[in-house]
Design a protein around this ligand. Structure first.
Ligand code: CP
Length: 387
């Protein structure tokens, strides 16, 4: 039996996300002080005897530390590799071999990597559950769990919300995973990209093909804030005005994924949110922030981003428990059958399948039901031309 992995938010059904949140709520109820209800401050022994390994090939504060705190709060133990230059990666060891070895030393692996699709590829070599802690500009599914958990706690529901995504929608992996999840909850997704940083084509195509969403141009959004450049809405949803925005999700410019400099990047502050649609908006940010979200806004009632980061511990505690207890079950959406198409490689230069250091990462494509037929890379999600 293959172990259970989490490489994309799509790997969890909505029912499973609900189970993880139920457990996270239980941990908060039992392990938080009443005066700080979003912070786990006590420990349990739910995962005593288990070891978690964090393998981070990119910098992190929240994701790595909250995963490590989560495992320690569960009574388990942690081993870490936080700098590829201090591991055998610096000697040329492949990711595949690193994952094989880490599987021998730990019971659950948490991987952050700069290449898109690295988590899905690494999972092929992991004999224990592997969790994607961010793979290039592709996805960051556990951030999405924290985002959804915060929204549910602070808005009381995840259904039929209107959520605006702001900033670097091109390379912001948190925005990609969140959009895929929101689509399954029937949200209206409003787009507020920074200049030239719109959703990439493959993300837009996935929202339309996999989730039945349609793109609306600005002109068809009656009464919408002029800074909204478009929206994705469920197919068949009635045209409506967007004068009540439930959540604004702010993201920073991903300078590590771009050779260019961002120009005219928005700054979110009280003045930015002065208009009527934002009067009750919950403002979230995966953090770190680097200028796009004014610290002067932190004391505003609408600011939810530090609680959102604190929820990283109970949510990741619940996820670790879920994966370790679910170990041995196959993912509902998992399909390990690699399909290769002769001579066709992924066109995304930042895809793990293009990395010369990973000879095992050959093209892994699925054919989409479309006319004309299209191919999609199963590692990074980019669409691939047959030409
Ligand atoms: N949100 C997030 O992924 O933060 P870190 O990069 O600090 O882990």
């Amino acid at each position: 039996m293959s172990p259970r992995h989490l490489t994309s938010i799509d790997d969890l059904s909505l029912e499973e996300i609900g189970s993880i949140f139920f457990l996270a709520e239980k941990y908060l109820r039992e392990l938080a002080e009443p005066n700080i209800p979003y912070r786990v401050s006590k420990s349990t022994n739910a995962c005593i005897g288990s070891v978690l390994a964090t393998l981070f090939y990119e910098p992190s504060t929240r994701t790595r530390l909250s995963f490590e705190s989560a495992m320690l709060r569960l009574g388990g133990q942690v081993i870490s590799s936080t700098d590829p230059m201090a591991s055998s990666t610096a000697k040329g060891e492949s990711l595949a071999d690193t994952i094989r070895m880490a599987s021998a030393y730990a019971d659950v692996l948490v991987l952050r990597h700069p290449l898109e699709g690295a988590a899905k590829f690494a999972a092929e070599y992991a004999s224990v559950p592997l969790i994607n802690a961010g793979d290039g500009a592709h996805e960051h599914p556990t951030q999405t769990l924290c985002d959804l958990f915060t929204i549910r706690r602070e808005r009381g529901t995840l259904n039929d919300l209107t959520v605006a995504l702001l900033g670097d929608l091109k390379s912001g992996r948190t925005a990609h995973s969140l959009a895929y999840a929101l689509a399954r909850y029937g949200a209206n997704i409003l787009l507020m990209p920074a200049k030239s940083l719109e959703f990439p084509d493959h993300v837009a195509a996935r929202l339309q093909d996999a989730f039945g969403y349609r793109h609306m141009e600005t002109g068809s959004l009656q009464g919408a804030d002029e800074r909204i450049t478009g929206a994705f809405v469920p197919e068949g949803a009635a045209l409506r005005t967007f004068n009540d925005i439930d959540v604004l999700y702010v993201t920073r410019f991903q300078k590590e994924r771009s050779a260019a400099i961002a120009t005219d990047y928005p700054t979110v502050n009280a003045a930015f949110l002065a208009s009527e649609p934002f009067r009750n908006t919950l403002v979230l940010h995966p953090l770190p922030r680097v200028g796009e979200l004014d610290p002067g806004f932190d004391r505003d009632n609408r600011a939810g981003y530090f609680r959102q980061a604190s929820y990283g511990v109970p949510v990741r505690m619940a996820l670790i428990t879920f994966l370790l207890k679910e170990d041995g079950k196959r993912l509902a959406s998992e399909d390990n059958s690699a399909r290769t198409y002769d001579g066709i490689i992924c066109g995304n230069a930042n895809c793990i399948s293009r990395d010369a250091g990973e000879p095992g990462a050959s093209p892994n494509l699925e054919s989409l039901t479309s006319d004309p037929p299209r191919l999609r890379c199963l590692y990074c999600g980019h669409e691939v031309s047959r030409a």
